[in-house]
Design a protein around this ligand. Structure first.
Ligand code: MN
Length: 414
């Protein structure tokens, strides 16, 4: 028995050393890790409920896009979450699968059972506990000291069962900063490998978000032993901006959802954070492992499976992102697509440019479309077609069929 105890301790020490080496490697590499929470926080959005089979499809698409980890669900909260995670085990192999837990041992046990079968370096738990005065007094009715004890005991327990343990003080952005840092120090002390900074009600601005990150870095000396993850909600429309500001300040992990779905105004959009980082490498100085060409398809898939339609002007995934009706823009785009685009459609896997023919279109775009349709018109005929287009009812989209009809009228008249 004594020998068994010795091996157990020795193995724990080796695991601890390996774990620290992995964290150090992540921190030194200057890489930002994408942690996707579409299937958990995203699914919390009213109307976004997904079946386990849908979740598996999205998880596989996220794997293909190269996310580092997937917040796969909250096993203690529902059987459907457990079922979805069980379907992912052995199928979704590359990302780390994590499960959400309250700071309750039973939740950690439920996560342990749900993630059973995944190798230790591909499964983790993400514990959360409200720390702000509002949460302490009104939700939990616990003192600061009681919550610290809860963190110590539950995170300590989780780190006996998992190599990857994240702890997030819920409502961090409304928690007294000294106390917040104390929570982080305690959590890392008992084995947290990631600490999260959630702006649970989405109230921060980029400047304030940066201040928080700086203060945490200055006041949590054992932060060298853990990754720092940020999680922003979009109540002020600033979730992506806040996320980017924290990356600039040294955050290691960004938690996002596809299409920005999530509680209330949603979460930071993964695709928007990714394209901003990709377009400004000199500003953020980070590397990341996402395959951007998968983003457009991912946006469409999540919209289809959740039934939450994308706004036409939604960055990256929206229908109008690579479409224009304005004459001057169409003329420029035909000469060189970069004149009126921040990036080419193929960069995010979209199918291409759409020059919408309507009242705002110019001659060049109309002639180009007619040529594509096999019509070579004289100047007068083109003028007549342009005239008809300009007289079309407001907001009418001129389809190819309608355009052919205009051509028939014009060729008959001239
Ligand atoms: Mn959240």
């Amino acid at each position: 028995m004594a020998l068994f105890g010795f091996f157990k301790k020795a193995r724990k020490r080796v695991t601890g050393v390996v774990k620290q080496a992995i964290i150090q490697r992540h921190k030194n590499s200057g890489t930002v890790l994408f942690s996707d929470t579409t299937l958990r926080d995203g699914e919390q959005m009213p109307g976004a409920t997904l079946d386990p089979e849908d979740k598996l499809r999205i998880a596989l698409a996220l794997e293909e896009a190269g996310v580092h980890s997937i917040d796969a669900g909250f096993p203690a909260s529902s059987e459907a979450d457990v079922e979805a995670i069980r379907r992912m085990i052995g199928v979704v192999k590359k990302p780390v699968l994590t499960a959400l837990c309250r700071t309750v041992r039973g939740d950690v046990d439920a996560a342990d059972a749900a993630l059973d079968g995944n190798p230790p370096h591909k499964r983790g738990v993400s514990l959360f506990c409200g720390t702000s005065p509002l949460h302490r007094q009104h939700k939990l009715q616990k003192s600061q000291a009681e919550i610290l004890e809860l963190i110590r005991s539950s995170v300590g327990y989780a780190s006996e069962k998992f190599e990857i343990v994240a702890f997030s003080p819920e409502d961090a952005s409304r928690t007294e900063i000294d106390y917040l840092c104390q929570c982080y120090r305690e959590a890392i002390d008992v084995g947290a490998t990631t600490i999260g900074f959630p702006d649970t009600v989405g109230i921060l601005t980029p400047e304030k978000a940066r201040d928080f990150i700086r203060t945490i870095q200055d006041n949590v000396p054992n932060l060298s032993k853990a990754l720092l993850a940020v999680h922003f909600h979009n109540d002020l429309g600033l979730a992506v901006a806040n996320t980017l500001a924290c990356v600039a300040e040294g955050a290691n992990v960004v938690q996002c959802t596809i299409n920005g779905i999530g509680e209330r105004a949603g979460n930071a959009s993964l695709e928007e954070v990714a394209i901003a980082l990709a377009l400004h490498p000199e500003q953020y100085g980070v590397d990341f492992k996402l395959d951007l060409t998968k983003l457009h398809g991912l946006c469409q898939l999540v919209a289809e499976l959740t039934g939450l339609c994308l706004a036409k002007n939604k960055p990256v995934g929206g229908e109008n992102i690579f479409a224009t009706e304005a004459g001057i823009h169409q003329d420029g785009l035909l000469k060189n697509p970069d004149t009126y685009l921040p990036y080419r459609p193929e960069r995010v896997g979209a199918s291409g440019l759409t020059l919408v023919i309507g009242r705002h279109s110019g001659r060049r775009a109309v002639a180009h479309r007619l040529q594509e349709l096999g019509h070579e018109l004289t100047e007068d005929q083109l003028n007549a077609v342009m005239q008809t287009i300009k007289q079309a009812p407001k907001s009418q989209r001129i389809t190819n069929e309608l355009l052919k009809q205009f051509v028939r009228q014009a060729t008959k008249a001239t």
